[in-house]
Design a protein around this ligand. Structure first.
Ligand code: RAT
Ligand code: ZN
Length: 419
């Protein structure tokens, strides 16, 4: 057909344009487990940390003959060697977590085909941390990232109390899991830190919890508050979690005009012997989320769900409540096939009012692969969507594509945070 070459040409041109826009638009990474480089040795980086990442450890345990306790008794270096041997030498590294390590090495220009772990280790050791951080952020095109900061973590708490010169690329989110999931234990700690709390959740105690949240929000300059909750989470309910939410956490978020981020569906310690690698997933009851969004229209909720089965329902809830922002393909959903499926579904149901991905990086260099892989999926899905618009007679300009991609890569989230 005579029109064919023109439309093929257009399709290729728009694909190239989307690719270029995605490659050059800076990302705001809205949830990581990375730390400001000046927070002592908390920021993890380097090949050994990449190899012992709990996503890989979980996969290695499937092949290892030794009991997990024996693995954890080894040094970091020995653990890394064992995982390298099982996941890269004894088998081909086809999983998403393994592929991630290879993408990182490739982007650094390192040749993993040599299969030479000591040489890789040597290469990483040659870089001063500050320069390395800079280079990684450049390669990942990450302009700013959110840390996960917990006052309940002893190492972290001491650093915040001491104070340090902040790197403005590393901003903070206040993590409060122990507060909502273990009130008796948390009450003891708050009392120890000078908050006048009793074990019961009296108005006086809830007021002190708010004072604790306010103190730490100011100390961290936190931009939002966050918690991850098990599939059993229900609201409303006669539970400590529900009472603390409505009596302290939600009022606190309103006071500071901040969203509450909820990560729903993690079942902790399914296999405790695997430590961090031993958590699982369960389907959440999103009625709890509906009740929160509906019951607290003055609050804003940023939400990700771990179960694939919850993804469609989450999109539908977000269509009903504009105080809900959907984000990320988290942990077990961070595989290319699921990211593609979930991102396509979100675009189709929510337009551009969501954040397709956060890195959840625990090791600095993971920023590179998490966003490289995300960009690939986004190019594919956006090309398809803009292509469908072209068929319907609509062509976006480059500026419009840039605007859309900026929103997807953290812009929409930061706007949501501002309220
Ligand atoms: O993705 C992860 O690394 C998990 O271990 C969790 O930390 C999760 O991201 C969370 O923030 O609860
Ligand atoms: Zn996380």
């Amino acid at each position: 057909m005579p029109t064919q070459p023109t439309s093929d040409f257009r399709r290729t041109a728009i694909h190239g344009l989307i690719e270029r826009v995605l490659a050059t638009t800076p990302v705001v990474d809205i949830h990581t487990h990375l730390y400001d480089p000046l927070m002592d040795h908390l920021l993890l980086w380097g090949i050994d940390e990449l190899l012992v990442y709990h996503y890989l450890a979980a996969e290695a345990f499937r092949y290892l003959r030794e009991p997990p306790e024996k693995f954890f008794a080894l040094s970091r270096t020995e653990q890394a060697e064992l995982i390298w041997r099982e996941l890269f030498l004894a088998h081909s590294p086809v999983s998403e977590a393994c592929r991630g390590v290879l993408t990182i090495l490739h982007r650094f220009g390192l040749d993993a085909r040599e299969r030479d772990l000591p040489a890789l280790r040597q290469w990483f050791q040659e870089w001063p941390l500050e320069a390395h951080v800079h280079r990684v952020l450049e390669l990942a095109r990450v302009a700013r990232l959110y840390m996960t900061n917990s006052p309940f973590d002893d190492a972290e708490r001491a650093i915040w109390q001491r104070g340090f010169l902040r790197d403005e690329r590393f901003v903070s989110a206040l993590r409060i899991d122990p507060l909502l999931l273990d009130w008796p234990g948390t009450a003891l700690r708050l009392a120890e830190w000078g908050y006048n709390v009793g074990e019961g959740l009296s108005p006086q105690t809830l007021g002190e919890v708010r004072r604790f949240l306010a103190d730490w929000t100011r100390r961290l300059e936190a931009r939002y508050c966050m918690v991850s909750l098990p599939p059993e989470f229900v609201y409303p309910a006669a539970t400590d979690t529900a009472r603390l939410l409505e009596g302290a956490v939600l009022p606190h978020c309103r006071d500071f005009n901040q969203p509450l981020a909820l990560m729903l569906g993690v079942r902790r310690h399914v296999n405790p012997r695997l430590r961090l690698a031993g958590d699982g997933v369960g389907r959440s009851d999103l009625c709890a989320l509906v009740n929160l969004c509906d019951g607290f229209p003055e609050n804003r909720f940023a939400v990700t769900v771990l179960s694939r089965e919850n993804q469609h329902e989450l999109c539908v809830v977000a269509r009903k409540f504009r105080n809900l922002h959907v984000f990320g393909c988290w942990w077990f959903t961070n595989t290319p096939s699921l990211v593609e499926e979930i991102t396509r579904m979100r675009l189709e149901l929510l337009g551009l009012s969501f954040t397709p991905q956060h890195s959840d990086a625990r090791v600095l260099e993971q920023l590179i692969y998490k966003f490289d892989h995300t960009r690939r999926v986004l190019v594919k899905v956006l090309a398809e969507k803009y292509g469908d618009l072209a068929v319907a007679g609509w062509e976006p300009t480059e500026a419009e594509i840039r605007r859309d991609v900026t929103a997807l890569l953290g812009g929409a989230f930061e706007q949501f945070c501002q309220g």
